[in-house]
Design a protein around this ligand. Structure first.
Ligand code: GDP
Ligand code: MG
Ligand code: ZN
Length: 275
């Protein structure tokens, strides 16, 4: 029988298979093979003895939190308080692209913008939509819920962006703490806790934010380049153009003509030089 690991408590693996949870042990064999099953792993189990027989090949694997097989990530992005950061958003988009995770851009706190600021922000939103990303706002609960179906999802974004608030509004049973980070720390609540995939709207979601560290230093220049998906629409004379110091570059031309969002290109240059 095949299932997915949704929780691990010391050496007990909670495997969801056919709508049921099997509390399984792992055979010593994995330790010898240097495979440690993680949350999100698809596994073959002996459902009578409750043993994991095999860990199936992973689509992706993340550290912090240690999980595997994430399909999509809700990038919770505030437009105010904290201010919108195109740098952070573009960085997340690079990380997702390299890990083969489908990003869903979910903007929060639109209600804090003035009319003028809304106009500006809308133009940015439309750009990301045009280049192929799913874009939502956090009050579109119905549309957000539909995205969960059949997928393993993770929520990510800056502290204070509104991740916990949104999850609470999506499912009133969750009762996640919101806006009380420092208080929670002060009470010593910051103990190591386990990661769990919880069922939500016919899908599974990680109950803790992912990608707290956004280190792209291990990515190659071409990985970063390919993550800027819209650049492909502007073929350069040099087939392997890096869009940096090359003289005749279609991407740079598109930036100067306003066809590529200037902030996107600025962030691209920063990522290539920061490495
Ligand atoms: N005005 C406004 N405040 C929001 C919105 N979403 C979240 N907040 C507030 O922002 C603060 C941080 O939210 P929280 O969910 O804890 O953020 P997290 O750190 O990403 O989990 C809380 O005080 C929330 O009430 C929103 O759409 N508009
Ligand atoms: Mg939170
Ligand atoms: Zn170029």
């Amino acid at each position: 029988m095949e299932g997915q690991i949704v929780k691990i408590l010391s050496n007990l693996y909670f495997v969801e298979a056919n709508g049921q949870i099997y509390e399984c042990h792992s055979r010593g064999k994995f330790r010898n093979q240097n495979i440690t099953p993680v949350v999100g792993d698809f596994v073959r189990i002996d459902d009578v003895q409750c043993y994991i027989l095999e860990v199936l090949p992973r689509k992706n694997q993340l550290v912090r939190p240690l999980v595997a097989n994430i399909d999509q990530a809700f990038l919770i992005t505030s437009v105010k308080s904290p201010d919108f950061s195109s740098y952070l958003l573009d960085k997340l988009l690079v990380v997702m692209h390299v890990h083969h995770i489908e990003p869903i851009l979910c903007f929060t706190k639109y209600d804090l913008l003035t009319k003028e600021e809304k106009k500006k922000m809308n133009a940015i939103l439309r750009y990301y939509k045009k280049i192929g990303y799913s874009t939502l706002r956090n009050h579109q609960l119905f549309r957000i819920k539909r995205k969960f179906k059949g997928k393993t999802s993770v929520f990510t974004g800056q502290t204070g962006a509104g991740k916990s608030s949104l999850l609470n509004r999506l499912d009133s049973h969750l009762h996640l703490e919101t806006g009380e980070i420092s208080k929670a720390l002060g009470r010593g609540k910051h103990t190591t806790r386990h990661v769990e995939l919880i069922r939500l709207f016919s899908g599974k979601v990680l109950d803790t934010p992912g990608f707290s560290s956004l280190d792209i230093s291990s990515f190659s220049p071409s990985e970063i380049r390919d993550a800027f998906v819209e650049f492909q629409n502007f073929p350069c004379p040099y087939p392997d153009c890096n869009h940096l110091n090359e003289k005749e570059c279609a991407v740079k031309k598109a930036v100067s003509e306003g066809k590529i969002l200037a902030s996107r290109y600025e962030n691209y240059k920063r990522f290539q030089t920061e490495k």
